[in-house]
Write a protein that binds this ligand. Structure first.
Ligand code: SF4
Length: 380
């Protein structure tokens, strides 16, 4: 394996096969790779010396080859009154992303895994529960190139892609901080933080495999959200192991969508919805569409009826998100009455529509609020 002597190489992000190759390359038996894999993803060790099962000789070889675990550093934590925690996580090169921990259950959040990433108004109590339930919203890029007009992350522009190890590392760092361990604890993952996962597809899909095989989070507990990178929707459909798909719709016609999401110029609604229709759903699986409601922009009854027409015949549900306000965003949050009316039209038209309750608005952790907040708002 090629080493860059100027900087440390992360073990996080390597597959079982890659770790086995690494062990064999150091004249170790193949099972040492398995021990490393277990220590990195299941035990989520923070330093090589914690792997007591590995012989000292192999650990010092790894050390000499400048390998490190590669977990991100928790730079800051913002804790919301609703239990949500926004993490600022930094990597070896000084770049940082945000990820959000959303505990579920006793405060009325959905937590049965079938609705990963959704925060629905359906109180649920389970006093006998002996495990934690939570959703982690994670990032796939530093910044984002997609430029959705209602999103704070877009104001950053794109800095770089995250490696698969950096994607997995966000989850490992948060699980360690929260002292939670899948599969015993039920953790959902949503790729809905900073960045467009489908513009970092190879690293995203490699991370998905590591979550399933290593961390112990099944694919059914993961959801990836795309702004509509159509070729990658087809790619995801063909993956043997994949998260559920959510499409960020946000408009009911091309003119409006192009105004709100310039990516629509490249892949318009016709192309996007064709890809959605051709997506190979598993039994009982549904596509999710997300729709950020912007006051007097895309939230009228006419818009709702147009959405109904767009989604007609699809096995789908729609999540409605009243805009989470942020500095530098020109749009406003619609009144609750408009949101309810929009939902009513969709439901009566036959599309399951859920209003997502914002999590952690007081700490700028809600949808579309990540990263830029530390610079723009007075929350640190
Ligand atoms: S909504 Fe998602 S895809 Fe759009 S700019 Fe924000 S982070 Fe990027």
């Amino acid at each position: 394996m090629q080493m860059d002597k100027d900087k440390q190489s992360a073990l996080l992000g390597l597959t079982l096969q890659e770790l086995t190759d690494l062990a064999e390359g150091a004249s170790q038996p193949a099972y040492r790779g398995k021990q490393l894999f277990h220590a990195l993803y299941s035990e989520r060790i923070t330093a090589l010396e914690q792997i007591s099962t590995l012989p000292l000789e192999f650990r010092s070889t790894l050390d000499q080859q400048d390998f490190e675990v590669g977990l991100p550093t928790v730079e800051k934590k913002f804790v919301s009154t609703d239990g949500t925690v926004r993490y600022l996580l930094s990597f070896a090169d000084g770049q940082s992303v945000e990820a959000v921990w959303m505990p579920e259950g006793d405060d009325g959040e959905s937590g049965d895994g079938s609705e990963a990433g959704e925060h629905l108004d359906a109180p649920r109590k389970d006093a006998s529960r002996k495990y934690a339930r939570a959703t982690i919203c994670l990032s796939s890029q530093v910044g984002c190139a997609v430029d959705c007009q209602f999103c704070l992350t877009a104001l950053l522009g794109i800095k770089r892609n995250l490696s698969s190890g950096e994607i997995v590392g966000q989850v490992c760092a948060i699980l360690n901080d929260q002292k939670v361990s899948p599969p015993h604890d039920r953790v959902n993952l949503v790729f809905m933080g900073m960045g467009e996962p489908f513009l970092n597809y190879p690293n995203f899909i490699k991370a998905v495999g590591l979550f399933v095989d290593g961390v112990g989070i099944p694919e059914s507990r993961m959801t990836v959200s795309t702004a509509g990178i159509v070729p990658r929707i087809y790619d995801l459909s063909a993956e043997p192991v994949r998260p559920k798909l959510a499409i960020s719709l946000n408009a009911s016609n091309d003119a409006l969508r192009t105004q709100l999401m310039p990516i629509n110029k490249k892949w318009n609604l016709e192309k996007l919805l064709l890809a959605a229709r051709e997506f190979q759903l598993r039994p009982r699986e549904k596509l999710t569409f997300e729709y950020v409601l912007l006051d007097e922009v895309n939230d009228s009854p006419v818009n709702a009826r147009e959405v109904l027409e767009l989604l007609r015949g699809l096995r789908a549900k729609i999540n409605l998100i009243a805009l989470n306000p942020g500095p530098g965003i020109a749009f406003h949050t619609p009144a609750q009455q408009r949101v309810l009316e929009f939902q009513r039209i969709l439901v009566e038209g036959g599309i399951p529509a859920f209003i997502r309750r914002p999590r952690g608005r007081d700490i700028f952790a809600a949808c579309g609020q990540l990263k830029r907040t530390a610079e723009l708002a007075n929350v640190s």
